[in-house]
Design a protein around this ligand. Sequence first.
Ligand code: DAH
Length: 345
Amino acid sequence: MIAVEMISEQLEELRRAALAAFASSLSMEELEEVRVQALGRKGTLAQISKDFGKLAPGERAAVGKLLNSVKQDLESEYETKKHRFAESELAARLAGEWIDVTLPSSGVRPGSLHPVTQLQNEIEDLFTSLGFAVLYGPEVETEEHNFDALNIPPAHPARDMQDTFWLSDGHLLRTHTSPVQVRGMRLLGPPLRLIAPGRAFRNEEVDASHEHTFYQLEGMMVDRDVSVANLIYFMKTLLSGIFHREVTVRLRPGYFPFVEPGFELDIRCVICDGAGCPVCKQSGWVELLPCGLVHPNVLRLSGIDPEQWGGFAFGLGLTRLAMMRYGIDDIRHLQGGDLRFLNQF
Ligand code: DAH
């Protein structure tokens, strides 16, 4: 038989020690350790409870009451303390994770359109306001669209003017945007006004002013009685719209199989103002706008009667124009993809 006094003493001792341990625990983990030691399945209270059965039946009621009261005391103290820890943990998290949503954001930079795209959009706006349609032909073209229909038959020496990337079975990467003239004439019929911006490709040695991939913007108007005066008017409108200022131009005769007469419209280099720099190859002038009156053969090859209709055409160097406009002195920057360059626009 075990003495009632002994069990009671053990219980009182457990209560005192466990309450003190709860009181001094500094974290949820420490608190939990004390609970397991005192109240766990193999804890002190469970050990003491084993002796409960050894008591005389008459003594059990009193000790049972004490046992329950110790258990309750410890559990409620544990719960109270646990609750307090949870609250202060939450408070600490709230303080630590607090965000001022009114602060200006940092780090997220909006993207921007490539300078060539910006320029292309502006020119498209300008020409659509003048009644021109915008067409985009394919970059992989047929020999017929790129050469034959532009009055450049197979044996024509002008085929060597452009170093072509040939593909299989008569296809090629278009060497200029002029094939869209052909597509436009066949699609729309006369009278027509169209522009065709896009990429062109040539098998060129790359340097500060040459790229194998570059942008052009083709323009064409077919109507009754179109003259060189009409051509010059549209070219001047185009250039003043782009540069927002007077630019000095000069017109030279130029040879292109698809126009007659053909011209080179040059502008005074706006990078060096004519003094000479890598972009203008020290000449002070930049070839920007080859143009002319549409050759009768070109009209005929697309089903338009040259006795009834005439037209002008031009092929603007969009890449080169972007360089002029933004003062870019090396064409390789444009396709380099370097964000330090692109972020400036
Ligand atoms: N397609 C020519 C080239 O890339 C440029 C050109 C010249 C286009 C005269 C034209 C034109 O429309 O009339 O070199």
